[in-house]
Design a protein around this ligand. Structure first.
Ligand SMILES: Nc1ncnc2c1ncn2[C@@H]1O[C@H](COP(=O)(O)OP(=O)(O)OP(=O)(O)O)[C@@H](O)[C@H]1O
Length: 246
């Protein structure tokens, strides 16, 4: 049992020498990664670099898949996940989806509170099909946060949204994270999203950490800040897309 001081000072995530293979293909190669309590880390990498495999390993979702490997993973007990599709149950109303597995009047109160926080006050009785894609992702965020996670694992949660909705969701996620304080690991293909949101950006390349970059800019962040552009240039370069930043 961890003491109070240990809980305050130990990392929220500690991955040590993690290797994952699918057959002969090494997808995560002896990976070490720590995330501090409350820290927001964005995970970038080319397609197939192992981002989702890492996230699934942290979520404990790789048991029963074809993945094999070694290494240790320490994560808190309270872990929530958000994916690209909201994964709402279509036959349950919004509040039921948020509470999923929680019951009682306290939980209901908290669910309503979080729905208001994500910008959906009064929508608790709606069906998922009555909501837009962005609204469904707001419900998915509410469902994650109502459990007060110490770690939020997000796999391209805004990947299917239009550009404008995505920008609104960035502001919302930042606000929610500041209020609720979980450590976050966000898998994204969007370099700007990573720089807008993250305290630190990690770039995976062939299952190894190629870049581990603290983003030293005050929040909220402006795309027009010259230092924002420097980070973008550096990260796009690490992803092998230099021609796009001429
Ligand atoms: N269940 C599986 N069986 C076999 N190979 C797999 C499986 N899951 C992933 N892989 C392989 O592992 C590698 C890494 O996949 P992963 O999904 O982690 O990459 P990613 O960086 O998240 O990619 P993307 O950005 O395209 O989502 C890929 O080559 C993929 O084909």
């Amino acid at each position: 049992m961890a003491t109070h001081v240990e809980r305050l000072t130990r990392p929220a995530v500690r991955v040590h020498e993690l290797t994952r293979r699918f057959g002969d293909t090494v997808v995560l190669d002896n990976l070490d990664l720590e995330i501090a309590p409350g820290e927001f880390v964005a995970l970038l990498g080319r397609s197939g670099s192992g981002k989702s495999t890492l996230l699934r390993a942290l979520a404990g979702l790789d048991q029963g898949t074809a993945a094999t490997g070694e290494g240790t993973i320490d994560v808190p007990e309270a872990v929530s996940t958000v994916f690209q599709d909201s994964r709402l149950l279509p036959w349950q109303r919004v509040l039921r989806n948020v509470l999923l597995g929680l019951s009682g009047s306290k939980a209901r109160e908290k669910g309503l509170e979080i729905l208001a926080e994500v910008g959906l006050p009064g929508r608790e009785s709606a069906w998922p099909a009555e909501l837009s894609g962005g609204e469904q992702q707001r419900v998915a965020l509410a469902r994650s946060l109502v459990r007060e996670p110490e770690l939020l694992l997000a796999d391209e949660p805004f990947g299917a949204l239009d550009a404008l909705t995505r920008i609104r969701m960035h502001a919302l996620l930042q606000e929610l994270c500041e209020r609720h304080g979980p450590a976050v690991l966000l898998v994204t293909h969007d370099v700007d999203e990573a720089i807008v949101l993250a305290d630190r950006v990690v770039v995976l390349d062939a299952g190894r950490i190629a870049v581990n970059q603290t983003i030293d800019l005050p929040k909220p962040r402006s795309h027009r800040d010259p230092r924002f552009l420097e980070y973008r240039y550096q990260l796009l370069g690490a992803l092998g897309v230099k021609e796009e930043v001429a």
